[in-house]
Design a protein around this ligand. Structure first.
Ligand SMILES: [Zn+2]
Length: 179
C-alpha cells in the first residue's frame, strides 16, 4: 500500500513568559516561550510531534535565548500557575488565548478520537483475555495484553497533556470576554 509520509518543522508559540528588560533591545517587553516542533504526518494528518529546541523570545525584537528542557519546563510551570491564578495581563489573554488560536476544537476532537481508540482496544483485549483465561486457565499472556493496552493509551495521554493548558487558556479568554 502506498502511504504518503511527510514531516514539517514549525516554530510554535507556547505561553507568555512575563514582561522584562530585553538584553538585546534594552527595553521592557513581553516575552514568550516558543518551541521548534517537528511533526511527522501520514497523508497530511499530523501523527506525532517532537520538540527539537526551546526558546525564550522577545516579542519586540525577536531576540531568542535557547533554553534547556528543564529551564523551559520550570518557566512554563510558573506561568501556568500565574494563568491559573488569573494574573495574566488582559492584552496577553486577548492575544494568546482565543479558542481558535489554541485550536480548542481540534484538541477536543483529538481527545475523542484517541480516547475512543484506547477504549476500543481496552474492551476488545479485555474480552479476548477473558476468553483466553476461560479456555486455557493460563494467565501468562496477561502482561503482554496490558502492555498493548498501555501503548494504545499513549495517544490519549498525550492529547490530554496538550489539552489541559489549551483549556485553561480558553477558560481565561472566556472569563475575560464574558462569553
Ligand atoms: Zn528585544
Amino acid at each position: 500500500m502506498y502511504v504518503l509520509i511527510g514531516n514539517n518543522t514549525k516554530m510554535k508559540n507556547d505561553i507568555w513568559a512575563g514582561n522584562t528588560t530585553c538584553p538585546n533591545c534594552g527595553q521592557k517587553h513581553d516575552f514568550h516561550l516558543m518551541k521548534l516542533v517537528q511533526t511527522a504526518t501520514v497523508f497530511f494528518v499530523p501523527v506525532i510531534s517532537v520538540t527539537q529546541k526551546r526558546y525564550l523570545v522577545c516579542d519586540s525584537c525577536q531576540w531568542a535565548k535557547e533554553l534547556k528542557r528543564s529551564e523551559y519546563n520550570e518557566i512554563r510551570k510558573k506561568q501556568m500557575n500565574i494563568l491559573d491564578e488569573g494574573r495574566f495581563p488582559k492584552d496577553i489573554i486577548r492575544q494568546d488565548c482565543h479558542p481558535d488560536g489554541v485550536s480548542i476544537i481540534w484538541r477536543i476532537l483529538k481527545l475523542i478520537v484517541s480516547g475512543g481508540f484506547a477504549t476500543f482496544v481496552f474492551l476488545s483485549f479485555l474480552l479476548m483475555v477473558i476468553e483466553e483465561i476461560k479456555e486455557s486457565g493460563d494467565l501468562s499472556a496477561l502482561p503482554l495484553f496490558f502492555m498493548i493496552i498501555l501503548i494504545c493509551a499513549i495517544p490519549f495521554m498525550l492529547s490530554l497533556k496538550n489539552f489541559i493548558p489549551a483549556w485553561k487558556m480558553k477558560k481565561a479568554y472566556d472569563e475575560l470576554t464574558g462569553e
